[in-house]
Structure formats: C-alpha cells, structure tokens
Design a protein around this ligand. Structure first.
Ligand SMILES: Nc1nc(=O)c2c([nH]1)NC[C@@H]1CN(c3ccc(C(=O)N[C@@H](CCC(=O)O)C(=O)O)cc3)C=[N+]21
Length: 280
C-alpha cells in the first residue's frame, strides 16, 4: 500500500479552505527567507502557493544571504509585534553566520507555527502539544488517514534532529507507541530497525534504508528529501527494493513533503483561532 501524501494533503487543504471560510478569519503567515538557496526558495514558494489555495494571507520577508543575526532578530521581533501576523516561519537552514538557536528562540511561541521554539517542543514532550513541527505532525496525519494506529506498536525513528527526529519520537510516544530513536552512533542499526512495526527515516542520505533494515509487513515512512548522483529527487529509503516487504510505504516525492505543507497551513489556522480567542 502506498501512503499517498499528495492525495491526502489535497484532501486536507480542501477541507481547511472550507473551515477557514466558515470561521470568518483571515489568517496570515509571514515567511522569512535569508539568502538565495534555490531549494529554500522553492519550498517557500510552495508554502505561499498553499496559503493562496486555502485562504491564508502570506507575507514574504526576503533578507540577503549576508544578513547578520541581529538583522534577522530585528525582523522576527517586528513580526512578533505585528498584530496582523498569526504565524512566523523562518526557513531553515540559515546561513552559517546567523545563530539559528537564538532566532528560533526569538519567535513568539504564540506565532511559532513551525513548532521549533523550546516552549512548544517542551509542551510536545510533556504530552500537551500546542504547535508541533509540521513534518512529524504531517506523518501522524498520514498514518491516521490510512487507519494506522501507533498505540502499542514498536516504532523506530532514524534521526535525532530537533525539527524532525526528536519531535517525531515525541508524537509517536504521545500516541502510545514503544519508541526507539536511532542515530549515527547506534550500533547494529539494521538489527534495531528490522524490529520496527513502524519505521520512520529522517536521515538525509539517498536510498540509505535497504531491505535488510526493514521487517516484513512494516509501515515505512520516508522523511528524506535527497538528490541522488543523477540529481534526481529521492528519499532515505531505497523504495524499489524495499516496497515489497512493507505493508505500507510513503514515497518521495508525493509522501511526507506535501503533508508538511498542509500541516503548516493547519498550524497557521490554529494560531489565528487561538489568537482570536476562539475555540480550537
Ligand atoms: N522553518 C522551516 N520549516 C520547514 O518545514 C522546512 C524548513 N524550514 N526547511 C526545509 C524543510 C524541507 N521542507 C519540505 C517541505 C515540502 C516538501 C515537498 O513538498 N516536497 C515535494 C517535492 C518538491 C520538489 O519537487 O522538490 C514532495 O516530496 O512531493 C519537501 C520539503 C520543509 N522544511
């Protein structure tokens, strides 16, 4: 079974458009893009396009690749104080001269639709999330769409990044899975991953996950967005070799990526509702 993120995200966006219309709200998302990395420009453009589709206003703040930490901080502070803005997304990665942690901590937790602020990560890890990071939350939505309930299942997450691996583990734990996190220092990775009933890969290495690493009948979620030696977009999982072993697998493209964007839209609407003091 293919876990179709493209189709699921289309469905979610259509539903969200209706909900936003009914609410009478006009949520607004501000994106902050520093520099001219083509991939980042593409992602930000996709986010603005999704906003347009669902009836969310979007404001793009583009800063030069030479911007200092202080200049990015000034932008974030201005957006924090702007009552018209409901969500702030600072596109990552930031250029090396910008201190990413202080930027993430500067975003008001009330407008942190990426869910990267320590307050929101803390809420997520304590089991009472407000904004959860869009990629892992999108994975949970995709699992639910296909009737896959993680409760009591062995879930293995490969990768421990703050934006994907760690919050993915927290969401699975909140959903009552038995969660293992693997990373670059994990010994005998294949022995751990092949025991997973739900395997989530967030490593960032093209076709890293091979059939020996996957148990029979596993659900495999591929969070990787990589380019192979021919410049072709591909995931962390060697899809063609792994698919037959699985009960369900998300492809790249067309899997988790579109779910990330749909979730960002949902988080932005949730922020607008919370900020208007309405019920969530
Ligand atoms: N503050 C911040 N928040 C993010 O959520 C964030 C970020 N920074 N930095 C970069 C990563 C990456 N990311 C993706 C979103 C959509 C697709 C996506 O829709 N991909 C399409 C393919 C697009 C293509 O053709 O390249 C797909 O998988 O089908 C991929 C990757 C969000 N990120």
């Amino acid at each position: 079974m293919i876990l179709d993120g493209k189709q699921t995200s289309e469905k979610r966006l259509a539903l969200l458009r209706e909900k936003i219309e009914e609410s009478g709200l006009y949520p607004r998302l501000a994106t902050v893009l520093v520099g001219e990395d083509p991939a980042s420009q593409l992602y930000v453009k996709m986010k603005h396009r999704a906003c347009e589709r669902v009836g969310i206003g979007s404001i793009a703040v583009d800063l030069p690749g030479t911007a200092t930490t202080q200049e990015v901080l000034d932008t974030v502070h201005r957006l924090n104080e702007d009552p018209m803005i409901d969500g702030i997304l600072v596109q990552l990665p930031l250029p090396p001269q910008v201190d990413t942690h202080s930027i993430i901590e500067a975003v008001s937790p009330e407008k942190d639709v990426d869910g990267f602020h320590p307050t929101n990560l803390g809420r997520l890890f304590s089991g009472s999330p407000v904004f959860s990071p869009c990629t892992p939350l999108g994975v949970m939505t995709l699992l639910a769409e296909y009737g896959i309930n993680p409760a009591g299942r062995r879930a293995v997450v490969i990768g421990r990044s703050i934006d994907v691996g760690r919050p993915m583990a927290a969401l699975l734990l909140n959903a009552d899975a038995t969660v293992t996190i693997c990373h670059s220092k994990t010994q005998d990775l294949a022995a751990v991953t092949s025991g997973a009933e739900i395997l989530v890969s967030a490593i960032g290495k093209a076709r890293f996950v091979t059939p020996e690493m996957v148990g029979d009948g596993a659900i495999v979620i591929d969070i990787g967005t990589n380019y192979d030696e021919n410049g072709k977009l591909c995931g962390d999982v060697d899809f063609d070799k792994v698919e037959w072993k699985t009960a369900g697998i998300s492809p790249v493209p067309g899997g988790v990526g579109p779910m990330t964007i749909a979730t960002l839209m949902e988080n932005t609407f949730a922020s607008a509702r919370l900020r208007s003091c309405g019920p969530l």
